[in-house]
Design a protein around this ligand. Structure first.
Ligand code: NAD
Length: 359
């Protein structure tokens, strides 16, 4: 028996969380769920969108399946998702992008894994606002030391990339590739322009790659990577990227396989791992038993693999793929025509997936 925290979220969260939980239980994975809340609904009752009980449960169990959460305005949290990532130091964002037959897309046979660094780069939150005294001090300090001058009316965002941050994320990508039997890791950068940040990223990537002689390594400049992914995505396998490029390329790759409805994700660190769909809480569909549970169920597949429950993960992924390929018991968004009256609800799609596993 493994203890896992289920964060039910808000908006469509509780419906898809329940669908995913039922599907995961049907694999026989032997999970004891600790069901907790986060988001707008619990905020109304308890005055905080992230109750201590929820945080304690995630910390204690170290593994959580999390439904989407609306980012509440004016609570002291910039975003609960960001808060969770920072508090637990979930430094790796994992986003597999895989084609499933039956999902409308311009491409077929895509099978990519995006590994994005989650803590550094321009997203580290170190910014200097135009016109502030500290910004002026910084500009003066730089201008007195460099020939190249920064204009006085500039705003500045700092882009830190460290050896520590880079080596652990590149190692994560290689370890993931090894565990899942993947063949190649591509490190993405702009080292030709940003020599001391992306240049460091590339140097460290090359060093770490030497520890994994069984896995092919290559690097790509990010602009070229974008073009290659559109022209020949089949050439790529696992991509590892700094935070900003990772954010952009993971959405590009979700687009290659048919959008956010089928895009699972995870944020993983030494202290814990949170598995979640890439889409948000879609509040307008709340309580209607209408939306697609696939992305959260596939996040459950990632979670089972993370827990080394490989057979159960395989079983669940195959059942999801079979239901989507049949195209009968799927939600409105997966039908050719969105008004198709044969579309089923969230829980009925979960039932169909469970039935496939029981066959
Ligand atoms: P969203 O992903 O919630 O919804 C955008 C649209 O996509 C929806 O209106 C719907 O048409 C469609 N959609 C989304 N999920 C779907 C599903 N499972 N099945 C069918 N259709 C689906 O994006 P948004 O409206 O920009 O964000 C709503 C809230 O969610 C915001 O507060 C945002 O901050 C938050 N959010 C949370 C997470 C997270 O918890 N990880 C991620 C993204 C956004």
């Amino acid at each position: 028996m493994t203890n896992v925290t289920l964060v039910t979220g808000d908006g469509i969260g509780p419906e898809i969380a329940e669908a995913a939980r039922r599907c995961i239980d049907a694999t026989g994975a032997d999970i004891e769920w600790d069901i907790v809340e986060a988001g707008a609904d619990v905020m109304q009752r308890e005055g905080t969108p992230l109750p201590q009980k929820t945080m304690d449960s995630i910390k204690k169990n170290g593994i959580a399946l999390k439904a989407p959460i609306t980012t509440p305005v004016g609570t002291g949290f910039r975003s609960i998702n960001v808060h969770l990532r920072q508090t637990l130091d979930l430094y790796a964002c994992l986003r597999p992008c895989k084609s499933y037959k039956g999902v409308r897309s311009r491409y077929e046979n895509i099978d990519l894994v995006i590994v994005r660094e989650n803590t550094e780069d321009c997203y580290a939150g170190i910014e200097f606002e135009k016109g502030k005294d500290e910004t002026e001090d910084l500009i003066n300090w730089i201008n007195s030391r460099r020939e190249k001058q920064i204009r006085k009316d500039s705003g500045i965002t700092i882009k830190p990339i460290s050896v520590t941050g880079t080596s652990r994320i590149v190692r994560f990508a290689f370890d993931y590739a090894r565990k899942l039997g993947r063949k190649k890791v591509t490190s993405v950068h702009k080292a030709n322009i940003m020599k001391y940040s992306d240049g460091l990223w590339l140097d460290v990537s090359r060093q770490v790659a030497k520890e994994y002689p069984d896995i092919e390594f290559e690097d790509r400049i990010v602009d070229n990577m974008c073009m290659q992914l559109i022209q020949k995505p089949e050439l790529y396998d696992v991509l590892v990227l700094p935070n900003l490029y990772g954010d952009i390329i993971s959405d590009l790759c979700a687009g290659l396989v048919g959008g956010l409805g089928v895009a699972p994700g995870a944020n993983i660190g030494e202290k814990g791992a949170i598995f979640e769909a890439t889409h948000g809480s879609a509040p307008k569909y709340k309580g209607q038993n209408k939306v697609n549970p696939t992305a959260l169920i596939l996040s459950g597949v990632l979670m089972l693999r993370h827990m080394d429950k490989m057979a159960q993960a395989e079983r669940l992924e195959n059942a999801v793929a079979a239901v989507i390929a049949e195209g009968k018991d799927v939600t409105y968004d997966m039908k050719k025509n969105r008004d198709d009256p044969t579309a089923v609800g969230t829980s009925q799609m979960a039932d169909a997936i469970i039935q496939k596993m029981n066959r």
